[in-house]
Design a protein. Structure first.
Length: 445
C-alpha cells in the first residue's frame, strides 16, 4: 500500500469524524432543545432516505471525475453548508426550540446536506483502493478502511456529546468548519496518480448523467453479482432490527450511563477487526469469507439474548462488531475485482442505495410489530406460557425473541446462499478475473 493511500485514508478519517460528529450532535441537541422523539425520529429517517437516494447520483459523479477532485468538491460543499448552518444558528435564536418552526427544519436541512455530501468520499475511496493498491493487497486495504470507520464510530459520540454539553451547536459547527477546512488543505497537497476517467476500453465516458440502466446492465453482466448485492440488502433488512431494538433491550438490563460506556468499549471491536484484516487479508475467496462470517454472526444473534444477561449481550455484540467489517471488506474486495474501474463508482453507488434502503424499512416495520405482537406474546400470551419458564417473560423478553428469530432467519438464508448457483458463479468469476488495467506499477508502487 502506498503513501498516497495512507494520506487519503487519514484525510477520510478526519472528514468522517467531522461529518458524523455534526450529525450525532444534531440529534442530541434537537432532543435536548425540543424534548421531541418525533423530531429525532424524523432526522434519522431523513438521513437514511437521503443516503439511500443519493447513491446513484454520487456514483455517477465519482465515475466521471478524478477521485481527488470529487473528494475536494465534497469538502468544499460540506464546508459551505456548515457555514450556512452556522449563520442560521445565530439568526434563528429561540425558533430552533420549536418543532413546528420552519427555521428549525431549514437548519436541519443545511446540516443534513453537509453530512450527506460527505458520502461522496466513501464511494471515491472504494475506487481509489482499486487505483492505488495492487489487487493482491486490496483485501488488507479494505480492512484499513473498516478500521477507519471503527475509529470514527468510537470517537464520534464522545466528541459530539462534549461539544453539545459545552456550547450547543455553536461549538459543533465551529469544530466542523475548522476540521473540514484543514482536511481540504491537506488533500490539496496529496498527489494521487490517476488518469482522466475513461470507458472500459479507453473510450470517453458516456454523458454525465445518472445512468441507472447502464449500471444495472454492468451488474447483470457479472454472474452472481446481483445475488451478492441483494444478499447484503437482506442482511441489512435484518440488521435494521438492531437499529430499532438494541438500545431498548440494553437499557432493560443496565442504566443509560452504563450502556453508553459499554457501547463505546464494544466499538473497539471494529478497530481490532480492521487491524487483523490489514495483516491477514480475507483469503483467496473473499466471497466465502463473507458467507462464513455471516454464519457466525447470525448464530451469535440466536444466542446472545437467549437469557437476560448483560454479559451475554456484551459478548454477542462484541462478536457481531468484530465480524461485521469482514463482511463489508469482502464485498468491497469482490466488487473491486469483478467490476471495471470505469463503472465502479456507479456500482458502489447502486449497492449503497439498494442496501441502505433496507435498514430503515425494517426499523420502521419491526418497532410496531415488536410493540404490539412480540411483547404481549412474551408477557401474557402464548409465548410466555410455552417457553417463558426457561426463556423468561416480560417486555424485554419479547424484544429478545425478535433477535433470536432474526438470527435463525439470517442463518438459514446464509446456508442457502452457500449452496446457491450464484455463489459458485461469482466465486469462479472472482478467481479468473484479470487485474484491472488501472493497476499500473506507478500507481501501486
Amino acid at each position: 500500500m502506498t503513501n498516497p493511500f495512507h494520506h487519503i485514508l487519514g484525510n477520510v478519517l478526519v472528514a468522517n469524524i467531522t461529518n458524523f460528529t455534526v450529525w450525532f450532535a444534531l440529534t442530541f441537541w434537537i432532543y435536548l432543545e425540543t424534548q421531541s422523539v418525533f423530531a429525532t425520529g424524523m432526522i434519522a429517517g431523513l438521513y437514511l432516505v437521503a443516503t439511500a437516494g443519493s447513491g446513484f447520483w454520487f456514483g455517477s459523479i465519482v465515475d466521471h471525475n478524478r477521485k481527488k477532485r470529487v473528494m475536494l468538491g465534497s469538502s468544499v460543499a460540506s464546508l459551505v453548508f456548515y457555514a450556512l448552518a452556522f449563520g442560521a444558528y445565530h439568526l434563528a435564536g429561540d425558533a430552533l426550540s420549536d418543532v413546528s418552526s420552519a427555521m428549525l427544519w431549514a437548519f436541519v436541512a443545511l446540516v443534513l446536506l453537509g453530512v450527506i455530501v460527505g458520502n461522496l468520499r466513501s464511494i471515491a475511496l472504494t475506487t481509489l483502493v482499486t487505483i492505488l493498491v495492487p489487487a493482491e493487497k486490496r483485501d488488507k486495504a479494505n480492512g484499513l478502511v473498516g478500521m477507519v470507520s471503527g475509529i470514527g464510530f468510537l470517537t464520534t459520540s464522545v466528541i459530539s456529546g462534549f461539544l453539545v454539553a459545552w456550547g450547543g451547536m455553536y461549538y459543533v459547527l465551529l469544530f466542523a468548519i475548522i476540521a473540514m477546512a484543514l482536511a481540504f488543505l491537506h488533500l490539496l497537497f496529496v498527489r494521487v496518480p490517476e488518469e482522466r476517467p475513461a470507458g472500459a476500453q479507453g473510450a470517453p465516458l458516456a454523458p454525465k448523467r445518472i445512468d441507472i440502466r447502464g449500471t444495472i446492465a454492468v451488474v447483470a453482466a457479472v454472474p452472481g453479482l446481483f445475488a451478492l448485492i441483494f444478499f447484503s440488502t437482506f442482511n441489512n433488512f435484518l440488521g435494521g432490527i438492531f437499529m430499532a431494538l438494541m438500545d431498548a433491550y440494553g437499557l432493560s438490563l443496565v442504566s443509560v450511563q452504563a450502556w453508553g460506556l459499554l457501547f463505546g468499549f464494544l466499538s473497539t471491536a471494529f478497530i481490532l477487526s480492521g487491524i487483523v484484516i490489514a495483516r491477514t487479508g480475507l483469503g483467496k475467496n473473499p466471497l466465502r469469507t463473507l458467507l462464513t462470517v455471516n454464519v457466525l454472526m447470525w448464530t451469535t444473534c440466536i444466542f446472545f439474548t437467549i437469557q437476560p444477561s448483560i454479559v451475554l449481550l456484551a459478548a454477542g455484540c462484541f462478536v457481531w462488531f468484530l465480524l461485521g467489517p469482514y463482511a463489508e471488506a469482502a464485498e468491497q474486495t469482490t466488487l473491486q475485482k469483478v467490476v471495471p474501474l470505469a463503472r465502479q463508482g456507479r456500482v458502489f453507488g447502486f449497492a449503497q442505495s439498494v442496501e441502505q434502503a433496507a435498514s430503515p424499512l425494517s426499523a420502521f416495520f419491526i418497532g410496531p410489530v415488536t410493540q404490539f405482537f412480540f411483547i404481549p406474546l412474551m408477557t401474557t400470551g402464548a409465548g410466555a406460557a410455552a417457553i417463558g419458564s426457561w426463556f423468561g417473560t416480560g417486555p424485554a423478553r419479547g424484544i429478545a425473541l425478535v433477535f433470536t428469530l432474526a438470527g435463525m432467519v439470517g442463518l438459514v438464508a446464509t446456508i442457502l446462499a452457500f449452496r446457491s448457483k450464484a455463489y459458485r458463479e461469482l466465486s469462479k468469476r472472482y478467481a479468473i478475473a484479470p487485474m484491472p488495467a488501472s493497476d499500473a506499477p506507478a500507481a501501486a508502487a
